[in-house]
Design a protein around this ligand. Structure first.
Ligand code: FHN
Length: 386
């Protein structure tokens, strides 16, 4: 579960009566809102409906294993308690609570790994951060370096010190980060929590895993650890009028597409300023979770499947089992699987656990499934190989 949550949830895509195009969390940039004006939002940020147990519980129901939340996005507002600035949720809002502390406690309780998104380069509030060209002069290389060493690094230390074990730090938009700066920041992470994974967007090939472009799943299998960050509608931060929700079918197939090419799918929610995850997101996450409850063994802990480029589905595998994900169920239910390079000992439909008959036709394996697709999004057949 990816969570983009910050002050931008208040304007929610609209500034002074005007709808601002683009993704919700970029409203400060797109509307060129002066720092002094944007800062005022903090006084109104009071997410009284925020309930860490509920958010983490939803991630569990969705079948998600880790939760990555914006500790600081490009607007520079800190959603955690920090000594480095008062521009943070505890000191600057009527809410006065640290949601990261509450999430850390719930994640530990419910068995979800907590991860932090942290915008290391763009900071439209800090005078020497990157990106705010409407309030500030462009920082010199030395000034930006000072920001990285004396502001970013201490904040990363805080995030890795005050919230227990952190699964990963999700840096973003490296832009002007030099190789020295990326290595320096990675060094800080390694020093405080050596087991924390570092997102590739720290820049300069310093990360532990690759991040694909937003909402883009590679066309082919990739032989490294990677992740695709994705939206359920078209924005990351909440926008009240974005109703372009992806369907259950689309989300399940995208998740499986990632798994079939060795990747993870990091699916975003954008909670409101009150602290509520929008109902259409909840509904879809629960639908994917229901599918995973039956079919999870074909996703968790699997690697890319040996059959790539199938027009009608995907494959994943684990041990001597190949999972055949059938997106387009054939008429009559006879599934023809191209050569797997090994003898097939048996077939099982994950949807209901039923055993299916298998026969051979030349190199192909033919599985006799039910006439109609057991699941419109993806029906999975587990084939046990010799
Ligand atoms: O600019 C950000 C954007 O707001 C969002 O956080 C995404 C998520 O992957 N990352 C950047 C654009 O790639």
């Amino acid at each position: 579960m990816f969570i983009h949550w910050g002050l931008y949830a208040i304007p929610a895509g609209e500034w002074k009566g005007e709808r601002i195009p683009g993704i919700g969390e970029w409203i400060m940039f797109r509307a060129k809102i002066p720092v002094r004006e944007y800062e005022q939002l903090a006084k109104r940020f009071n997410p009284v409906k925020f309930d860490a147990a509920e958010w983490v519980g939803l991630a569990k129901r969705a079948g998600q294993k880790y939760l990555t939340i914006t500790a600081k996005h490009h607007d520079g507002f800190c959603m955690f308690d920090t000594e480095q600035t008062d521009y943070n949720i505890v000191d600057a809002t009527p809410f006065k609570r640290d949601p990261m502390k509450e999430l850390a406690a719930e994640c530990a309780k419910q068995g979800i790994k907590l991860c932090f998104y942290y915008s290391q380069t763009q900071d439209w509030h800090h005078v020497h951060g990157d990106g705010n060209t409407w309030d500030y002069a462009e920082p010199s290389a030395e000034e930006f370096d000072g920001y990285v060493r004396n502001y970013v690094a201490p904040q990363v230390r805080e995030l890795l010190t005050n919230y227990g074990p952190i699964g990963m730090i999700w840096f973003d938009t490296p832009k002007r980060m030099t190789p020295e700066q990326s290595r320096f920041l990675a060094g800080v992470v390694r020093e405080v929590q050596p087991a924390t994974l570092i997102c590739g967007r720290i820049g300069n090939d310093v990360g532990d895993f690759a991040e694909s472009r937003d909402n883009v799943i590679p066309g082919e299998r990739v032989e490294m650890d990677w992740e695709t960050p994705a939206t359920i509608n078209d924005t990351w931060g909440f926008k009240w009028y974005d109703e372009n929700w992806k369907s259950r079918e689309d989300l399940i197939r995208k998740l499986v597409d990632c798994a079939s090419k060795n990747g993870n799918y990091l699916l975003n929610v954008g909670p409101t300023a009150e602290g509520v995850i929008p109902a259409p997101s909840v509904e879809r996450l629960e639908q994917v979770g229901e599918w995973l409850a039956k079919n999870g063994e074909s996703v968790y802990g699997t690697r890319a499947g040996r059959l790539q480029g199938l027009e009608w589905g995907r494959t994943t595998e684990k041990g001597n089992t190949v999972y055949v994900h059938v997106f387009e169920w054939p008429e009559g239910g006879r599934i023809r699987v191209p050569s797997l390079g090994a003898r097939v000992r048996g077939a099982r439909l994950l949807h209901d656990g039923s055993v299916l008959e298998v026969s051979r036709a030349g190199d192909e394996t033919v599985v006799a499934g039910p006439e109609k697709a057991p699941d419109a999004a993806d029906s999975v057949i587990a084939l046990t190989l010799d």
